[in-house]
Design a protein around this ligand. Structure first.
Ligand SMILES: *Cc1c(COP(=O)(O)O)cnc(C)c1O
Length: 354
């Protein structure tokens, strides 16, 4: 087996792969790939995926969960359209590539966007602090974990304004207080399931209040919540596997236990990055992500040697994003501690050959 440090689509638990493959061959006498999404057996799967999402994150009364398609990329537009109110103005934090993408789409749908905090000045290597949030905004948007640069909000922005978050790469990785948010969205393929499903957790009060003159049916969250994620054909297989993964997560102690495992994995790797004379971390220490660990070689000319070592150890998915370079080890929920130990051993070996 390979050690998959890929940033997404990413590793899922082995039992989930096994159960998913069985359902491809036999889901109550059909293949999960051919079953009608209106069949009661699949309606039960969708209901369970929604119920398990609520259970895993402790989603309170007054919130709904929906599974859509389009990825977090369509989520940028859906969030902006559904949260637009009388000001037609929003505040965005720019902490990386995905945050920048969200800003671009918010402008496209006609929001007056104020970027009240940004780390672009230092190539997104930190999370901005000590900013002030203007009033007279319809909502505030941020990206909880910056998948490409490897920074993470360890405390969320404090505001009385409706708070919206792209949580694609750290949802289900740690305990959160859903009631802090009006809207959370996340592409499934980083901690929840295969690519193809996108989860939305929305405060019911938000639904049906958009002031946008342009709100296509598919982009209206109220439609999806009212139709229990069955407005059109949902991503049947992606939702099925997400459901299996949520069951697996809950049976292994839920999000709280996953958080402890994720912290242990990240600490093991960051300790080695800091100890090892050959490497350095890529971002400011207090903002380091527990999901996507970015690091660099002190001597770039040794890259081919390091690459040969980790590849020989069965590691895949370690190169940094093409826009950043260096290395990125994604430590999503399903990545075992043993895989991190293999990487740390490789880094130690590499130091010995210096
Ligand atoms: C991967 C990612 C996206 C893009 O997700 P898609 O599902 O590919 O549209 C957006 N935001 C964050 C934080 C991501 O990690």
């Amino acid at each position: 087996m390979k050690h998959n440090f890929g940033a997404g689509p990413c590793i899922l638990p082995q039992p989930v792969f096994e159960q998913a493959s069985k359902a491809v061959l036999d889901f109550n006498g059909l293949s999960i790939l051919e079953v009608s999404h209106r069949h009661k057996d699949f309606v039960a799967v969708m209901d369970e995926a929604i119920a398990l999402t609520k259970q895993a994150l402790g989603v309170p009364e007054g919130y709904s969960v929906a599974f859509l398609q389009g990825g977090a990329t369509l989520g940028f537009t859906i969030a902006a359209l559904n949260m637009m109110r009388e000001h037609k103005a929003a505040g965005y934090m720019n902490t990386g590539t995905w945050a920048s993408g969200a800003i671009k789409e918010a402008k496209k749908v006609g929001l007056d966007v104020t970027v009240f905090a940004s780390s672009e000045d230092q190539n997104f290597t930190y999370i901005p602090k000590n900013y002030s949030i203007p009033s007279s905004l319809d909502f505030v948007h941020f990206t909880s974990n910056n998948t490409i640069f490897g920074t993470q909000f360890h405390t969320f922005p404090a505001t009385d304004l409706p708070l919206v978050c792209d949580m694609s790469s750290d949802i289900f990785s740690k305990v959160i207080n859903v009631s802090d948010f009006d809207l959370i969205y996340a592409g499934a393929q980083k901690n929840l399931g295969p690519a193809g499903a996108t989860v939305y957790i929305v405060k019911d009060e938000v639904l049906g209040k958009s002031t946008s003159p342009f709100l296509p049916t598919y982009l209206d969250l109220k439609q999806h919540v009212d139709k229990e994620s069955m407005m059109n054909t949902p991503p049947v297989f992606a939702v099925y596997v997400a459901m299996l993964n949520l069951k697996d997560l809950i049976s292994n102690g839920g999000v709280a236990a996953a958080e402890q495992r994720n912290i242990a994995k990240a600490q093991l790797l960051y300790n080695e990055i800091d100890r090892n004379s050959q490497f350095k971390g890529a971002v400011s220490v207090e903002d380091r992500s527990n999901m996507n660990v970015t690091f660099l070689l002190n001597d770039e000319s040794r890259a081919a040697d390091f690459d040969a070592l980790w590849k020989a150890a069965g590691i895949v998915g370690l190169p940094g994003h093409r826009s950043v370079g260096g290395y990125r080890a994604s430590l999503y929920n399903a990545l075992p501690l043993a895989s991190v130990q293999v990487l740390v051993e490789v880094m130690k070996e590499f130091e010995k050959t210096a």
